[in-house]
Design a protein around this ligand. Structure first.
Ligand code: HEC
Ligand code: HEC
Length: 200
């Protein structure tokens, strides 16, 4: 717990969560829950992000959780917000946190999207199905993550980071994805984000 306090400092949301801790049931009782408190300030309690820019990590597949944490900690996926927390996760035990978040029920984002954008995105998503598959749930065997129900702002940001080669720069395994993103106009990126966000 000492590490959590050092990282969070005077975070208001964390003190609220801790203050209500003993009385609350649910996510706080699960194994790994105490270590995950540090994440709730941004990702919401149990990883159910209420925001448009923070990804939902409730129900995240453990293989993808671990890859993301390792990439942030090593600076391959540059994020000033995530790098210190990724290092904390590696210190606190990545397996504990991966199973904690995997066991949390995943709700799709509450952020609403425009129906017209969803329809345009559905048409444009034909470019993505070879990897992300028709349902949008991805393919763990090929290292392809689930995009369904993520906040549209988060999805659009990540696509723009790929497009600018700022996420995992120079990673040869992501070359095809980045070439594709470079060919997609920014307004179509917003449509694709709305579409994948709307999938259940
Ligand atoms: C200060 C806010 C903040 C805190 C606290 C935080 N995160 Fe994050 N997290 C972010 C942001 C912002 C992103 C997206 C960064 C990017 O890639 O651009 C992110 C992304 C992630 C992702 C990637 C999800 C995906 O779909 O690729 C994982 C996994 C994650 N965080 C886990 C955690 C864990 C576990 C903790 C607690 C130990 C934590 N985060 C604490 C802000 C935060
Ligand atoms: C050649 C295969 C491939 C194609 C085609 C592809 N992707 Fe991906 N996508 C990936 C892989 C692999 C990752 C995970 C990258 C990583 O591990 O950092 C990914 C990650 C993502 C992410 C980040 C998810 C997260 O949780 O951080 C988004 C958003 C995304 N893709 C959207 C799309 C969209 C939209 C299309 C179609 C325009 C598309 N991708 C086409 C392979 C692909």
């Amino acid at each position: 717990m000492r590490t959590i306090f050092r990282l969070i400092g005077g975070s208001l949301s964390l003190s609220v969560v801790l203050a209500s801790g003993p009385a609350a049931a649910g996510p706080l009782d699960a194994p790994g829950a105490a270590k995950a408190l540090a994440c709730s300030a941004c990702h919401g309690l149990g990883g159910q992000s209420p925001s448009n820019t923070m990804p939902v990590i409730a129900g995240i597949a453990p293989w993808y959780f671990k890859k993301a944490i390792e990439d942030y900690a090593a600076g391959r996926r540059p994020s000033p917000e995530m790098e210190p927390y990724a290092k904390y996760v590696l210190e606190a035990g990545v397996d504990d946190l991966a199973s904690y978040f995997a066991s949390q029920p995943r709700q799709p984002t509450a952020v609403r999207v425009d129906a017209g954008a969803v329809e345009r995105g559905r048409v444009a998503s034909q470019q993505c199905v070879v990897c992300h598959v028709e349902s949008g749930k991805g393919d763990p065997a090929k290292g392809i993550p689930d995009l369904r129900g993520q906040p549209p702002g988060y999805l659009a940001n990540q696509m723009l980071l790929f497009k600018a080669d700022r996420r995992s720069p120079g990673d040869a395994t992501l070359k095809a994805l980045k070439e594709l993103m470079k060919s997609i106009p920014d307004d179509q990126i917003a449509d694709l984000a709305a579409y994948y966000s709307s999938l259940r």
